[in-house]
Design a protein around this ligand. Sequence first.
Ligand code: SF4
Length: 358
Amino acid sequence: MSNSFSEMADSQLDGGTLGQGDALTILRSSDDDLLDLVAAAARLRRKHFGNTVKVNYLVNLKSGKCPEDCSYCSQRIGSTAEILKYTWLDADEAVGQAALGIKAGASRVCLVASGRGPKDRDLDRVNDIVGRLKRDHPEVEVCACLGILQDGQAEKLKSAGVDAYNHNINTSESKYAEICTTHEYEDRVRTVEQAKCSGLSACSGLIVGMGETDEELVEAVFALRELGSDSIPVNFLMPFEGTPLEGTWLLTPAQCLRILAMVRFACPGAEIRMAGGRELHLRSLQSLALNIVNSLFLGDYLTSEGQEAKADLQMIADAGFRVLGHDEEPSEPDLDVETAGRVVIRRRGAGSAVAANT
Ligand code: SF4
C-alpha cells in the first residue's frame, strides 16, 4: 500500500486528479500504512505551502440564540449547552479581541456571527469592524462568517475590505437533511458561489464524525473541490451536551489523519485547516497532522476552549514549521518556566508515601 500512496502523490504532483476509488482506499487504509500515507500527503503539502502554517483567529461577534437547528451546533435553537450567549459585540471589543490574535501570530481574522444570515444593518456593523481592522492591520486578511447571504450582500462585504467568506457545507448533500431541517444544502452552496462571484475568497469545509459514511465523506470533499473552495476547514465533531449529537464519539486520531490526508489528496493546493475539535480527536497526533494540513485556528473556538495558544505555537515550532507571515527561523515561544524547560524531581510513587502518577 505504501507504494500506492507514493504513486498517488506522484500522480497529483504531475497534475492528476484523485478519483473516488482512491479516496475510499485512503479512508479505509490500515494503521500499518498510516505513516506512509502521511508521508505521501506531506509531499503535496510541502509543494504548495512549504513549511508554513497559516494561523487564523476567531472572534465570535454574536453567540448563541440561533433560530436554525443544525444538530451539531451548541448555538442552535433548543440547545441547552451552557455556552456564552450574547448579542453583537461592540466594535471596540471586536477590534480589541482581533488584535490579541494578530499579536499572537494570526494572519487571518475570522469574524463570525450566529444566525441564519445577516440583515443589512448587521453588515453595516461588521463592515465598520472590518474598516477599523484594515486600517490598524492592513496586512491581515479578514474572513466573514455570517450565515446565508442575500443578493448583493457579498458585494457589500467585498467593498468594505473583507477578503474571504466562510460558509461550510459541513457534510454531503445526501446527508444534509439528517443534520439540519431549517435550511438546505443548496442554500449553503449558493452562498459560497455568491461569495466567489463577488471576488471574495471562498472558505468552505466540513464537520466530520457525525456518523457519515465513507462514501458521504468523499461526496462532500469532492463537492468542495467542485465548488473551488480556497480554504477547507475540517472540524471534528465536538458533541456538546445539550445538543442532538451529544455523546457522539466516532473518530480515532488515526482516522482523523486519514480524513485530512484524503482532503489533501483531493484538493492538494487548498489551504486545509485542522479546525474545531482537533485537540479532542487528534490529541497527541496533532503535530503529525501538521504534515498534512497547513492551517489552524489559534486558541479558542466559537463556544468552546481550545488548547493554550502558546502550546499551539510551541507545537508548530517543535514540528519544524513556521507561522506564515513570520519569516524568522522558528523560535522558542515565550513559555513560562512552569510549562517548559524545567526538570521536576519525582516526589511521588515508588519510595515515597505519595500516590504514583497513574
Ligand atoms: S446556522 Fe450557524 S449558528 Fe445557527 S445553528 Fe446552524 S451552525 Fe449554528
